[in-house]
Design a protein around this ligand. Sequence first.
Ligand code: NAP
Ligand code: ZN
Length: 367
Amino acid sequence: MSSDYKFQGWLGLDKEAVNGKMVWQEYEPKQFAETDIDIKITHCGVCGSDMHTLRSGWGATKYPVCVGHEIVGHAVRVGSQVKGIKVGDRVGVGAQSGACMNQNGDCDLCANGLEQHCQIANTNTYDGKYPNGDKSYGGYADYWRGPSTHVIPIPDALPSDVAAPMLCGGITAYSPLKQHNAGPDKTVGVIGVGGLGHFGIMGAAALGCKKVVAISRTSAKKADAMKMGATDFIATDEDAKWNSKHRNSLDIIVCTVSSPKMPIQKYLSLLRFNGVFVQVGAPEDVIPGFNVFALIGKRVKVTGSAIGSPQEIKDMLQFFADKGVRTWNNNRPMKEANQVCIDFEAGKPRYRYVLVNEKHANEAAKL
Ligand code: NAP
Ligand code: ZN
């Protein structure tokens, strides 16, 4: 069986793409394997990583690139060796689209459900390479093709536009909360009330944490953060004494800040004994240094976290579905993707833009 559709999407051809210069073009997807799935895309969330990649902020992007890694749609072609997903199923894919899956028995990470850290054959959903050398292309597009190992069924309780941003933004903020045992005995801070940050606040609240502190630059997002479940709010640019007022109060901090201009020493002062600072935001430049006594005095740990494994994503979707956690999504037509990138860069999302492939979404609505 072959496909009767073309792969077309918004391609970035050079660094200018981020400034509203993506072009709608056809491209050659990976060669279809019997373990692959094609998705007819209805929705794709817009993540900060899309902007870093479009402008080669993390190093040279391999243009042409089609970004977008919060993809939801319907399976339209399913390889003969795929298990558990059939044509017509509503499915999604996040920021990782392939790993070695311990096929040769030599990957402890894939063997232990840590596929997102696979060091043998890790493929990003866009600007990546599959083991056969084919390029990976993301979701600002009509169709997506990739390995079924990273295609996630979407629970019925979650509409597609709500589910899409959870596949990267949601899991990236939620996974470190789980890793560090966020729960009723823990106080949590989330820095940056953006796409990732709003999931961090809602996730910590849903896990029943006794205190959830939203940490933002200004108070503009305070009312929203409290609706998401924050119990406290800090506006770092508006209160010179914010860190002394709140020092020694948090067990876990999840920092989603995407800029290197962050007051890390002051952030660390918020932690209690044995507290952990988890950086998930991925700035394009080095972050400021800090005095080691910030670590020594309270045995503070500084670490990072990357997205989540396919199983973690499935578990999170079910947890969010059950607990009523819903994305604050702003839907925009996919044809406006260039303007959406400009608006994202201006800090306008409240709190996640979702590109809607209107033709496919309308067809899906009639199913
Ligand atoms: P976003 O919606 O723009 O949110 C980032 C937030 O950071 C902003 O809302 C803002 O919060 C804060 N911020 C922005 N500029 C800042 C500055 N100059 N100084 C201080 N704070 C600033 O972006 P996102 O989609 O959530 O992505 C955030 C970062 O996470 C990006 O770097 C992205 O690449 C990265 N990421 C990492 C992973 C991973 O696996 N680790 C996965 C996905 C994304 P306030 O307005 O509240 O201050
Ligand atoms: Zn992302």
